[in-house]
Design a protein around this ligand. Structure first.
Ligand code: NAD
Length: 315
């Protein structure tokens, strides 16, 4: 039986590490695509040469040609620029939209049956754009943010309580970044709500650290952003789809009435399986929690409108 093919677009820090995790776990053969000549080829060859040591049989194919994604069951999009000094968020939005929009068109041509997992930032807007440009059914366009954000929340809770991360289940909703909505009420250690284990003031600090999780790492690395945890999150989502795992994970999904929101991509818990997003799970939120989710969704919506406006004005 042949292995499935997964394509990772963008052979940078997140993309190459995602390819490594997928191949080395034996999940699929991996096509790694980038616009920089030699980069995906070099990294793929290096990964293929590691495989005999690890006993991993996956094939790694590096290419600058999008036709390499033909036949992919899942495409992970990690291509994009990071914000440079002096660049506004809006500039970054426009530049990454041009990159991700172009890639979406190629995915629609070369891998029309694939499930797409978007990683590029600003995440929620790029996921919206991917859906719009590919015209894929909503269940096959998924953004990665909540799995990473909730892993960060879990890691900090584990450090605080000195317990195994295996026993922690964290829940984070909303947009990626400043607008995320960590939900301590639904975050448990061996079934016990974390609100009963950590005093409220300390928990607020941990929630804030989770919100700032990306920036904390950028400040340390200085020349790049996090990629080990982001790639682990993307690979876990790929596994859930390829293996039809039916995992309930927080993902960026198109809402059409759920949580009282419509026509917006935002982070919510969903069941992931072979068909992609198989169901969105609606949690009963308090008024404060739903207000935070609404605020987060409105900020995503206004960035999408900004992109739409510049597209129609030719800017
Ligand atoms: P990176 O700069 O290391 O890699 C980006 C790669 O994209 C580069 O190799 C570049 O050549 C490539 N690229 C640019 N345009 C392309 C195109 N048209 N086709 C193919 N490849 C193209 O960056 P990184 O650290 O790997 O981060 C990648 C993206 O993921 C960024 O947008 C980053 O903000 C985002 N990110 C998101 C999350 C999340 O939680 N969603 C977490 C971490 C990073």
């Amino acid at each position: 039986m042949s292995r499935p093919l997964v394509t990772v677009v963008g052979a940078g820090q997140v993309g190459a590490t995602t390819a490594q995790r997928i191949g080395e776990a034996g999940l699929a053969d991996v096509a790694l695509i980038d616009i920089v000549e030699g980069l995906p080829q070099g990294k793929s060859l290096d990964l293929a040469e590691a495989a005999p040591i690890l006993g991993a049989d996956a094939r790694f194919i590096g290419s600058n040609d999008y036709t390499a994604m033909r036949g992919s069951e899942v495409v992970v999009v990690t291509a994009g620029l990071a914000r440079k000094p002096g660049m506004s968020r809006e500039d970054l939005l426009q530049k990454n939209a041009a990159i991700v929009g172009g890639i979406a068109d190629r995915i629609a041509e070369e891998a029309p049956e694939a499930t797409v997992i978007v990683v590029s930032n600003p995440l929620d807007v790029m996921t919206w754009l991917m859906h719009r440009r590919t015209r894929f059914p909503k269940r096959r366009v998924i953004g990665m943010a909540g799995v990473l954000d909730s892993a960060r929340f879990s890691a900090f809770i584990g450090m605080e309580l000195g317990v195994s991360v295996k026993d922690i289940r964290a829940m984070v909703l909303g947009g990626h970044g400043d607008q995320m909505v960590p939900l301590p009420r639904f975050t448990t250690v061996a079934g016990v709500p974390v609100t009963e284990l950590i005093p409220a003031k300390r928990l607020d600090e941990i929630v804030q650290r989770t919100r700032d999780g990306g920036a904390e790492i950028v400040a340390m690395l200085k020349t790049g952003s996090a990629f080990y945890a982001p790639s682990a999150a993307a690979a876990a989502m790929v596994a859930a789809v390829l293996r039809d795992e039916k995992r309930v994970l927080p993902v960026c999904a198109l809402l059409e009435g759920e949580y009282g929101l419509s026509g917006v991509f935002v982070g919510v818990p969903a069941r992931l399986g072979r068909a992609g997003i198989e169901a969105i799970i609606e949690l009963k939120l308090t008024e404060t929690e739903s207000a935070a989710l609404r605020r987060s969704a409105e900020s995503v919506r206004s960035n999408c409108a900004l992109l739409e406006k510049s597209a129609t004005s030719g800017g």
